[in-house]
Design a binder for this molecule. Sequence first.
Ligand code: LLP
Length: 423
Amino acid sequence: MKKDLTISGVSVRELAREYSTPLYVYDEGMMASRMDEFTSNFRSDKFNTHVAYASKAFLCKAMARLVNKKGLCIDVVSGGELYTVLSAGFPAEKIYFHGNNKAPYELEYALKSGVGTIVADNMDEIRDIAAMAEGLDTVANVMLRMNPGISAHTHEYIMTSAPDSKFGMALCDIAEIAEAIKEAEKTGHFKFKGIHSHIGSQIFAKDAYIAQIQTMSNFIHDLESEYSLPVKEISLGGGFAAYYTQKDEPIPVDEVCRTIIAECEKQKDAFALSFDTLSIEPGRSIAGEAGYTVYTVGYGKVSAGKKYVFVDGGMGDNIRPALYGAEYRCDVISEDDNGEASVCTVAGKCCESGDVIINAAEIPNAKKGDLILVYTTGAYGYSMSSNYNRLPRPAVVFVNGAESRVVVKRETWEDVASHDVTE
Ligand code: LLP
């Protein structure tokens, strides 16, 4: 039994007392050093390198400011993410704007704001961007998202000849794609910048990245040699795994960076590729392990021999176990000695049987008023949170050294009802 635990040296008990629970806590220093690890290892003598934080993993203005301070670029996928980073003072030219179905008003917002790179997802979008940029009398810098036909989500990856994905364009459509780029460039308002691909998330297999680089290099070689379209930037997306439970063995950041750089250098030489910039977009591997959720235990029960511990949050603040069967680990913080560890289900307070945070946690008997600290909730927890059952979203606190501060305020019942129209 733990009487207390610390995050960056700050007592979790103190954090719970000061900010109440449920609470998202981020170790800001840890995120900063992860970002440094990426930028210092993702380097080459042969080309420039960009690390763009994938903001969908976790975003608020304080996060955007941290990413900027650390000198990274940022990837956004919606007008809302774009608005958040711009209003946090993030330089527009360092933004990559993704999305498979950007609305005209989102594209217009991006073009008017001077977003550095728009990543077009399909051929109609290429035409629309060119037309819109012409209408606004600006120049759009555009990368194209390709679907490399590689799907990697865990230790395994698969390559398929007829990939089905809602994202990106098929490699076999190269002739049409080249035609669409050339047409768009004729407007003088569309600059083809490069090629993007992304093969999945929570990837443990280095081989998957090698396969991706080889596949994309072949494609880019064809684009350059057969269609005379120079590809100046290559982006390989994100997907680097985080550590959730003992089953996970993420590839260390320096190792995955070195692997990618070495393979890209090799392919650049082998195919005489012209790219001068290589980018990656890590999200989870920056925010995941630095984030924690603190809950207070309420009631508990034994049902059909299964022990339940109920916490004051649940699927509203972390949908991942319900949605993906994601696994987490946790610790109980209690003043008392609650005895030996036993297997129990940590469940939330939502009206939904699937509202479980951990299915089979081996923890000491947690009783009312104890705290439960869940690890590695920093990626896709807050960003996928909801107000199901009209539960207000928890506050987000950044801890740095001995200091802590609220970066997103706790919602109130009034906040949750604030958009309701009664007249
Ligand atoms: N770049 C692109 C184009 C992406 O689509 C993604 C994630 C990333 C970068 C960042 O991937 P990361 O490094 O975070 O793995 N909600 C899911 C994850 C969805 C990821 C979608 N795309 C989850 O909670 O596991």
